[in-house]
Write a protein that binds this ligand. Structure first.
Ligand SMILES: Cc1cc2nc3c(=O)[nH]c(=O)nc-3n(C[C@H](O)[C@H](O)[C@H](O)COP(=O)(O)OP(=O)(O)OC[C@H]3O[C@@H](n4cnc5c(N)ncnc54)[C@H](O)[C@@H]3O)c2cc1C
Length: 418
């Protein structure tokens, strides 16, 4: 049976490892942390996943937390005006539910399942020199080590990476005790709060190590007032700054957050990174080739909450490419074709995410505003988080946006500019 080494036990590496294992491949998974270390460590993401990505997990039968995790039925957008009041506020309904399962819970659980099913789990932080050796003993080496140091093996693709510096400073806090959004107390939604020129606050329900919780996630434009978390080590201080900024910039979200407390000492995270697309094939000093997976090759800013979704889609695409290839060698041409198949989907995510990092053009502001009057527009925008390719049809080109809004307004008998 074919031998495959996967380096990095995150969303993509574990999903791929479990998928290959179920098809009878001999899989070795290398992780720089044990399951217990992951479970008791720091949060890593907000990991909200939409229908298509969740379905890939269901297809493999590894959706172990689906019945416990909150069912996210909507995605809402609020825009702050100059007096910190809301000038836009709507919620779109998702066709399929979204869910966030704390990666500490999921990755630790999946890692244990992989080992219980007979997988070879090696706890070791792999270096390039290790991979040089292993590329000679495995049929295929996949590097799914996220944004860690191993990315240095994969050259940056400047033509697909418009930014060479971080576009947001990130600050996450997991809390218990957040009240429901009074506008829709009967269902859960991801709430995106946009503060023009300053940044964004995302609020979303999750399932963490201590059960249901909510995440308060600031994305601050570097150098601005939200870029204030660097150097804060004390989780309590991190939370109090999170709340202070909410009171100032998003008082409507602060109103339901006055009783929150951190889920645990590892419930905060801050940092930043430059969105980067890389060449998918890494060339080792000894001549061997390795294929990059998910964040290693396409790392987008989390402003659109797509990285885990893309990791799931990448794992699903690579799984199909590997299985379809049968016993033929995993050579350079195959590696490129496997990545190209993934890029068919990922390119839309990258284009839309990079657009959301910039100053929105007038037609996008009109679109977001119109969604407050026209529910079909709100619903379509929300469902774009599941299928970002759809944004090609109504988001980027002002003429297409205008035509789409006129069509919906005509069908509903309202005017898009009302
Ligand atoms: C603040 C924040 C919020 C986010 N919110 C969302 C969201 O709401 N929705 C969404 O879809 N995405 C979100 N993302 C992005 C998402 O978390 C990532 O894109 C996703 O986890 C990438 O999966 P991956 O498998 O590529 O890598 P990872 O999940 O990063 O896994 C990589 C693994 O490899 C391990 N590793 C690293 N180096 C080595 C080594 N040398 N040897 C062995 N192991 C190694 C790491 O410890 C890690 O376990 C967010 C990210 C951040 C930072």
């Amino acid at each position: 049976m074919r031998k495959i080494l996967i380096v990095g036990a995150g969303q993509s590496g574990l999903q791929l490892a479990l998928g290959l294992q179920s098809q009878g491949y001999e899989v070795t998974l290398m992780s720089n942390r044990t399951a217990d270390e992951i479970r008791s460590g720091r949060v890593m993401s907000t990991q909200c996943m939409f229908h298509t990505a969740l379905q890939h997990e269901r297809d493999l039968g590894i959706n172990f937390w689906e019945s416990q995790a909150p069912r996210i039925e909507g995605l809402g957008v609020s825009v702050a005006g100059p007096e910190s009041q809301r000038v836009i506020d709507w919620v779109g309904k998702l066709d399929g539910i979204a869910q966030s399962v704390d990666q500490r819970v999921k990755m630790a659980g999946w890692m244990e399942t992989f080992a219980q099913r007979g997988g070879q789990l090696v706890i070791h932080g792999a270096a390039v020199s290790d991979l040089d050796f292993f590329s000679r003993t495995y049929d295929l080496v996949l590097v799914s080590a996220g944004k860690g140091e191993l990315v240095s093996m994969f050259g940056r693709d400047a033509s697909r990476s418009p930014y060479d510096a971080p576009q947001r400073a990130l600050a996450v806090a997991y809390v218990h005790g957040l009240g429901p959004r009074p506008e829709h107390p009967d269902f859960d939604a991801v709430r995106c709060n946009l503060i023009p020129g300053v940044g964004e606050l995302f609020v979303m329900p999750t399932f963490t190590t201590s059960g249901r919780a909510d995440i308060l996630f600031w994305e601050g434009i570097p150098g601005g007032p939200l870029d204030a978390f660097q150097g804060i080590k004390d989780p309590a201080e991190h939370l109090s700054l999170t709340l202070e900024l909410m009171e100032k910039f998003t008082p409507w979200e602060y109103a339901r957050a006055t009783k929150v407390e951190l889920t645990d000492a590892g419930g905060t995270l801050s940092g930043r990174y430059a969105p980067t697309v890389r060449n998918p094939i890494g060339r080792l000093p000894g001549g061997g080739l390795v294929l990059g997976v998910a964040d290693v090759v396409v790392a987008n800013d989390p402003i659109t909450g797509q990285g885990s979704n893309s990791a799931s889609k990448c794992a699903a695409a690579y799984l199909s490419s590997i299985v379809e290839h049968g016993d033929k060698p995993f050579d350079e041409a195959w590696m490129q074709s496997a990545f190209d198949r993934y890029w068919d989907t990922a390119q839309h995510v990258t284009k839309w995410t990079n657009a959301m990092l910039g100053v929105p053009p007038e037609h996008v502001l009109n679109l977001i505003g119109a969604a407050g009057q026209l529910q079909p527009v709100a619903d379509r925008f929300a469902n774009g988080f599941n299928n970002p390719a759809d944004f090609e049809n109504f988001f980027f080109d002002p003429a297409l946006t205008e035509a789409y809004l006129a069509e919906v307004a005509g069908a509903s008998g309202a005017s898009a500019s009302e």
